[in-house]
Write a protein that binds this ligand. Structure first.
Ligand SMILES: NC(=O)c1ccc[n+]([C@@H]2O[C@H](COP(=O)([O-])OP(=O)(O)OC[C@H]3O[C@@H](n4cnc5c(N)ncnc54)[C@H](O)[C@@H]3O)[C@@H](O)[C@H]2O)c1
Ligand SMILES: [Zn+2]
Length: 344
């Protein structure tokens, strides 16, 4: 399993990891923004363009070419510094170069820290399909910190926070309630947030350890994503993309409603979540005219089978069951109540 290090003293953790292990060379991979987060600039740094649009084979090839030029061997160490784009793409490039070079992840976004950098999925987008090519290839170590989050735009913070709420919903009501008190306008309390990250990551680690290759239980991490992905895909199709985590936040509310209808999830928790999402993830861009397209997208979700809509549902916070079939009527009701919550 991956070695996870929770610290805000990132430099000394990196120093320790790069001096042990007898590496002949340490090479950093960062995007144009995250490369500015390390001072002084390391001698071997591969800088790639930022954003999901650049999570492509061309960028992977750029990284391989620079690794070749720098003389990377199987005894080298790669350090991926960035959000999920960098850790997904850099992880894949490292895992495939000369059949695998050791790499560590240093996530610089909230989403990266609680989700993308941990759990071993790497890859890139191909032929217009997200994460179409990739491999399960865990980083040997992940250094999780809040160190870089002060410069992260609020929208990115909110986006990552939706996954933090998701993890709490899969595990612990006390933590869920605590998260709903979060104020995105207040300065970051680094010690407190690092503790939240520690708990959040542990939920993912526990699930992934039991099911590393997504044969079953790992689908629990899909909570909020059946409906969330449909909303995200429709927004992309209309060329008005929404941040992934916003779609997840809306999806969590809709799937909490479904959980209430089908599995007795308490309505009080639906309301608490709905209010938080209404206050923090505004500008819900859909109406009832979009339902047919949304249902069609749910039927074609990567994780659904035979055109049946399936979701992870909760009986209560921390008590989930995967692969639950949802009828179009149930999904429509959930979207109605979601729109109500969002004040639409
Ligand atoms: N492997 C997995 O299990 C997994 C899970 C979830 C998401 N992902 C992937 O993660 C990617 C999204 O990751 P993301 O949300 O971290 O986005 P990202 O890596 O694209 O980063 C978003 C933007 O923030 C900038 N940035 C990063 N850190 C910053 C900082 N500290 N201060 C200021 N700006 C900063 C980046 O340069 C970029 O412009 C997607 O490609 C998605 O597919 C992977
Ligand atoms: Zn997600």
């Amino acid at each position: 399993m991956q070695n996870l290090i929770f610290t805000n003293n990132v430099e000394s953790a990196i120093e320790r990891l790069s001096t042990c292990g007898g590496h002949n060379l340490t090479v950093w991979i960062a995007d144009v923004n995250t490369s500015r987060l390390i001072t002084p600039t390391p001698p071997c740094l591969i800088t790639i363009p930022d954003g999901d649009d650049n999570k492509t084979l061309a960028t992977v090839a750029q990284v391989w070419n620079e690794m070749e030029r720098l003389g990377v061997t199987r005894h080298s160490l790669i350090i991926n510094l960035g959000g999920g784009m960098v850790t997904d793409l850099g992880g894949f490039a490292a895992a495939s170069f000369k059949r695998g070079v050791r790499f560590i992840n240093v996530p610089t976004t909230l989403l990266g820290a609680v989700d993308a950098a941990v759990g071993g999925k790497t890859g890139f987008n191909y032929n217009g399909l997200k994460n179409e090519i990739g491999a399960f290839a865990p980083a040997s170590d992940v250094i999780i910190s809040t160190r870089y989050l002060d410069t992260l735009p609020q929208q990115e913070m909110k986006s990552g926070f939706a996954e933090v709420i998701k993890h709490a919903m899969l595990s612990d009501r006390g933590e869920f309630l605590r998260l709903l008190e979060h104020d995105f306008n207040a300065p970051i309390n680094h010690d407190d947030l690092l503790e939240r990250l520690r708990r959040s990551v542990q939920v993912k680690v526990d699930i992934v350890t039991r099911d590393p290759h997504e044969q079953g239980e790992r689908k629990a991490l899909n909570l909020g994503h059946t409906i969330g992905h449909a909303l995200e895909s429709l927004a992309i199709k209309r060329q008005k993309p929404v941040p992934h985590g916003y779609a997840v936040a809306w999806g969590l509310v809709a799937e909490a409603v479904l959980s209430h209808i089908k599995s007795g999830f308490p309505s009080e928790d639906v309301h608490l979540l709905g209010n938080f999402v209404r206050d923090n993830y505004r500008d819900f861009p859909f109406t009832c005219d979009d339902y047919d397209e949304l249902l069609e997208l749910m039927r074609h979700d990567k994780k659904s089978r035979d055109g049946e809509i399936t979701c992870t549902l909760l009986r209560a916070i921390g008590n989930y069951h995967i692969d639950q079939a949802i009828t179009p009527d149930d999904a429509t009701t959930a979207l109605d109540i979601l729109r109500d919550h969002m004040g639409q």
